[in-house]
Design a protein around this ligand. Structure first.
Ligand SMILES: Cc1cc2nc3c(=O)[nH]c(=O)nc-3n(C[C@H](O)[C@H](O)[C@H](O)COP(=O)(O)OP(=O)(O)OC[C@H]3O[C@@H](n4cnc5c(N)ncnc54)[C@H](O)[C@@H]3O)c2cc1C
Length: 396
């Protein structure tokens, strides 16, 4: 039977980051992906400072910066065009070498990581290989996979990282459920090619525009378009809301300065779930990314947290292999689940339950330098990310 040090299941952003981290530390790593190529779905777009630091260590940051939109400020406005509060990410200078966010499609990251992995002798990526069965034994785990020709193959490894997403088959094989609930409400995401910064001079690359009733829309600038996020009332009519006759008056409630109609490239309607796996995994099998935690998209944290899981547990597995101490990897996996439970989920809940007084709180924070800095550190996930520098040190 084929034997590897580590098998990573799932080539989404988290599994790709895990494989790049392990291979960068010289660990022999097999990455299995059930699809026949990378997903091109438009999902995550926000990369926070500690994630950018990690992507720097994985060797893809320069290309990401060249292709993405650097975000220097988070802005809160009203429909008259007045800026109510603004947070400059540059205030994070000294706390991180990357004092900004980056807006870029997650599919660009996975494509860049694929190029990196193809250059790394310790990494082996197989498309069309679907994980099916898990068997944990003494000192090894065996996975059975369905291969592209339909046959079953077994591969043994010392550790398995489950990065196979929200419906993780590895998690199911461990007998672990997901606990949590759906967030109320859904959103309509319009992707438009209009230059909204020309309509609203000085507009932040991520901006929230509040109407008089305390409701808001979010505007997020991508390299070549804007995402306009409209929160939908319960019982919305799907056919109706995707027509300009419905969404243009809705957008104009917040941006009355808009003269003509928006130029729509695509749209999407989605909801979100708040979920945490019932455990971190097994003795040598660990859950990371969406297989471990799911949350809403406000603040753009779930994939970032997954990449942090990959980096922290990947590093701990490298140590566990060197020292022959599985406990090192197990403790790292438990710690990452604690981060999801105690930091990620409450923090992203806060963005949903903020309510009408949220804007007042944001304005109070913006005029208090101490609270501004604290808010920026938390929004940037700097206080919940694992220590960085591991791959840089290994390369020296
Ligand atoms: C609209 C939207 C916007 C978002 N915005 C943000 C954001 O700005 N910032 C942020 O941090 N997060 C954001 N997220 C969340 C983010 O997209 C996810 O957290 C991220 O995709 C999780 O990555 P992952 O690699 O864990 O899982 P996935 O991306 O789901 O990848 C899992 C991979 O595993 C493969 N797989 C599944 N089963 C098997 C199997 N049996 N065998 C082999 N392979 C298998 C799948 O084919 C897939 O390629 C957003 C999500 C949505 C929907």
């Amino acid at each position: 039977m084929e034997r590897r040090q580590v098998i990573v299941v799932g080539a989404g952003p988290v599994g790709m980051a895990a494989a790049a981290c392990l291979a960068g530390l010289g660990v022999d790593c097999l990455l299995l992906e059930k699809r026949d190529g990378l997903s091109k779905a438009s999902k995550a777009s926000t990369f926070h400072p500690p994630t950018l630091e990690i992507l720097g260590e994985l060797g893809v940051l320069d290309e990401m910066l060249a292709r993405g939109r650097i975000v220097e400020r988070i802005q809160y406005r009203n429909a008259d065009g007045a800026v109510l509060a603004q947070f400059d990410l540059d205030l994070l200078q000294g706390q991180t070498p990357c004092p900004h966010r980056l807006h870029l499609e997650q599919s660009v990251l996975t494509a860049l990581l694929l190029e990196r992995l193809q250059q790394m002798p310790s990494a082996d990526l197989r498309f069309g290989w679907a994980f099916e069965v898990l068997a944990e034994g003494q000192g090894a785990v065996t996975v059975t996979c369905r291969t592209p020709d339909g046959s079953l193959r077994k591969v043994a490894a010392e550790y398995v990282l489950a990065a196979d997403g929200a419906h993780s088959a590895v998690r199911a094989a461990l007998g672990l459920g997901m606990e949590g609930h759906d967030y109320p409400g859904q959103v309509l995401r319009l992707v438009v090619t209009d230059d909204l910064a020309a309509v609203l001079p000085g507009l932040g690359q991520i901006s929230y525009i509040f109407g008089p009733d305390g409701r808001s829309i979010s505007l997020l600038q991508m390299p070549d378009c804007w995402r306009v996020i409209i929160r939908l009332s319960p019982g919305f009519d799907r056919e109706k809301i995707i027509r300009p006759e419905w969404y243009m008056p809705e957008v104009r409630r917040y941006i009355p300065q808009l003269a003509g109609p928006l130029t729509l490239r695509e749209f999407d309607i989605y909801g979100a779930r708040r979920m945490l796996a019932a455990g971190h995994g097994g003795a040598r099998v660990f859950l990371i990314g969406d297989a471990l935690h799911l949350t809403n998209t406000r603040g753009g944290m779930n994939m970032n947290c997954g990449i942090h899981d990959a980096y922290a547990i990947g590093g701990a597995i490298a140590d566990a292999l060197t020292e022959g101490r599985p406990a090192l990897a197990q403790e790292a996996a438990r710690a990452r689940r604690r981060v999801a439970e105690e930091e990620l989920l409450p923090r992203t809940d806060r963005a949903v339950t903020g309510g009408a007084d949220w804007l007042a709180q944001v304005q109070a924070m913006a005029v208090d330098p101490g609270r501004t800095r604290e808010m920026l550190v938390r929004a940037a996930m700097l206080d919940m990310a694992p220590p960085r520098g591991r791959l840089r040190e290994a390369a020296q």
